[in-house]
Ligand binder design. Structure first.
Ligand SMILES: Cc1ncc(COP(=O)(O)O)c(C=O)c1O
Length: 401
């Protein structure tokens, strides 16, 4: 079976450890094992842990705690644990789509669902989030017209990523209802990737699609909002009959989660602990985002920006005569900085910058980007050579500092 290249993941795999400044991450600084074990009376359990298979769907305790995160009647029978959110998405699309089925997919997006829909069904139809100015502020809003156009008789799945990657947007209640309405009109499943839920800058956990429609699968995990990508813990929440069916697909894949990850995930999802971990994430976002915003404002002439409502990711629109992949390559090769180009999310002249890591590292990486922006500016705008030299000098000083 042929499958599209998953450009974003492939380039990250190739280059994230090759550059000095990796600003392509979408999560916060990962937690360490000792932070997770804090307050645990005796971490002896870790030394004594048998490295056996855990229950194939994940332990009862873990599934109970995941169900509690969603409420609205969710129980352990509605949950299967997977290896990462990406495996959750993979199993969901594999289990839902037959050849000839179509999937309506929110764009911009993490393009895993797009590639899977084209591979398993054959067709992916985009609907869009668009920039809208409302009472002086910008927001990424659901384009209802494009949603309606993307739905056909053969639409089997509607994929939303909420909160969204790469915009950091959160759907309003009304927008969620429009998606539910579209799903009902054609009998489609909603697959809602909620891996960033819990990482809201405001501190208020965003609404879930769980409980809004009977044919809903939530995919999520610990990699983003919880800052624990190395546990490779994800999950699918859905009606028990569909979960049982998807387990039979998982039997052909990785069978079970990892035993140790399952144990750590039980600790993470204990309700009080879960909330304190999410608060850690939000603290990092609130402390780093203003630094990034300040940098964006110093480039008002070429950048425009709708601040993210969730996730350690910021999508910046630029006005320069260079495509986003060419800009990404230039930054990687000339400045040893990795960002993510808009093209990898299905949109044009944007770059996504991850701001959840160490803030000094972030600022040093941004200063490197300044060097390239200064080059591009003076190669495209008629400025005096003195101003040009000044911009260059300032960028170099900042990069050196
Ligand atoms: C929306 C979305 N879903 C899923 C994933 C993959 O998650 P995991 O690392 O848990 O496999 C990502 C990773 O960037 C993502 O952005």
């Amino acid at each position: 079976m042929r499958i599209d290249l998953f450009h974003m993941e492939r380039t990250q795999c190739l280059y994230e450890n090759e550059v000095e400044y990796n600003l392509s991450e979408s999560g916060v600084e990962p937690m360490r094992v000792d932070e997770l074990l804090e307050g645990s009376s005796s971490p002896d359990w870790l030394r004594q842990a048998p490295l056996k298979y855990p229950p194939s769907r994940g332990s009862d305790t873990l599934r109970d705690r995941i169900a509690q995160f969603y409420g609205r009647g969710a129980t352990r029978d509605h949950v299967m644990v997977t290896n990462g959110g990406s495996e959750a998405n993979y199993v969901a699309f594999w289990g839902l789509l037959e050849k000839g089925d179509r999937a309506a997919i929110m764009i911009p997006n993490y393009m895993q669902g797009w590639g899977l829909a084209r591979a398993y069904g054959g067709h992916a139809d985009p609907f869009r989030l668009i920039e809208r100015r409302e009472s002086g502020r910008g927001r990424w809003a659901l384009d209802i017209g494009s949603l309606e156009r993307s739905i056909t008789r053969r639409t089997k799945v509607i994929l939303v990523t909420n909160p969204n990657n790469p915009t950091g947007a959160i759907l309003t209640g009304e927008e969620m209802e429009s998606i539910v309405h579209a799903a009902r009109s054609t009998g489609a499943w909603i697959v809602s990737d909620e891996v960033y839920r819990g990482a809201e800058v405001s501190g208020t956990t965003s609404a879930t699609f769980w409980g809004r429609h009977d044919k809903v699968l939530i995919t999520a995990g610990l990699s983003k909002a919880f800052g624990l990508p190395g546990l490779r813990t994800g999950w699918i929440l859905g009606p028990p009959k569909m979960i049982a069916r998807l387990c039979s697909y998982h039997d052909y894949l990785t069978l079970t989660p990892s035993y140790l990850s399952n144990r750590f995930a039980e600790i993470v999802m204990e309700p009080a602990r879960r909330e304190s971990i999410l608060e850690r994430t939000r603290r990092i976002l609130r402390s780093n985002l203003p630094r990034l915003e300040r940098w964006v404002r110093t480039h008002d002439d070429i950048f425009s920006f709708i601040p993210p409502l969730a996730g350690a990711i910021a999508l910046v629109r630029y006005r320069l005569p260079i495509g986003s992949v060419a800009l990404f390559e230039k930054l990687r090769l000339e400045r040893s900085v990795l960002i993510t180009p808009g093209a990898h999310f299905g949109i044009g002249r944007f770059i996504r910058i991850g701001y959840g890591g160490d803030v000094d590292h972030l600022e040093a990486g941004l200063a490197r980007i300044d060097l390239t922006l200064a080059d591009l500016r003076h190669s495209t705008t008629p400025r005096s050579s003195a101003r040009r030299r000044g911009a260059h000098r300032r960028a170099r000083q900042a990069a050196a500092g």
